[in-house]
Write a protein that binds this ligand. Structure first.
Ligand SMILES: [Fe+2]
Length: 194
């Protein structure tokens, strides 16, 4: 295929191949370190899709007569740093903004892809499945985030309930000490006056 025939969507395919392979790498690492089995399940489901997308798009680029061009992908390095940190799963998800991928029906970054009418049938098939799976993964990640957020709110509530309980006990203890002091003082006044 000569340069003049180069598909104008080749850059898009390359971006997807590189980004998906990078997402597979960091999601898999994260899944290995989380101690929450539900988070692990979601991460491995999404990671499997990402890895398959990375390979399928690399394959398509190869079928079109080209090679994947690795990019200096600083976002991927940052993502690896985040999943390797000692942040909680909730903090990792929010730092990576994975809970914001699902736009709940509002336009997303995939909406414009098929505005390119030159996309060939085989690539169009691949892109169509890719977009549907990405949106499903976004929904999975959003509900996982909602569970993590609810668990943290529950923990915070339980902690403030415990604190309120401790404060009430300290107040009661203070009152008992006052009463005791009055009794002791009253007793010593009685002793001195006798
Ligand atoms: Fe993806």
């Amino acid at each position: 295929m000569s340069d003049t025939e180069k598909p104008r969507y080749l850059g898009l395919l390359n971006t997807i191949a590189v980004a998906e392979a990078a997402a597979h790498a960091y999601l898999t690492e994260w899944a290995e370190v989380t101690d929450d089995p539900e988070v692990r399940r979601v991460l491995l489901t999404v990671a499997a899709r990402e890895g398959e997308h990375g390979m399928s798009f690399a394959r398509r680029i190869n079928e079109l007569g080209y090679e994947v061009r690795e990019k200096d992908f600083s976002a991927a390095r940052k993502a690896l740093e985040i999943v390797r940190s000692d942040r909680s799963d909730l903090d990792k998800m929010e730092a990576l903004e994975l809970h914001k991928l699902d736009t709940r029906g509002a336009p997303d970054l995939f909406d414009d892809i098929f505005k390119d009418h030159s996309i060939d049938i085989r690539t169009g098939e691949l892109l169509g499945r890719y977009i549907a799976e990405e949106r499903d993964s976004a929904r999975l990640l959003r509900s996982c985030h909602e569970c993590l957020r609810a668990a943290r709110n529950g923990d915070d509530r339980a902690r403030s309930d415990r604190l309120a309980g401790i404060e009430a006990k300290v107040d009661a203890l203070g009152r008992s000490v006052d009463e005791l002091r009055q009794i002791v003082c009253g007793a010593s006044v009685g002793t001195n006056s006798s």
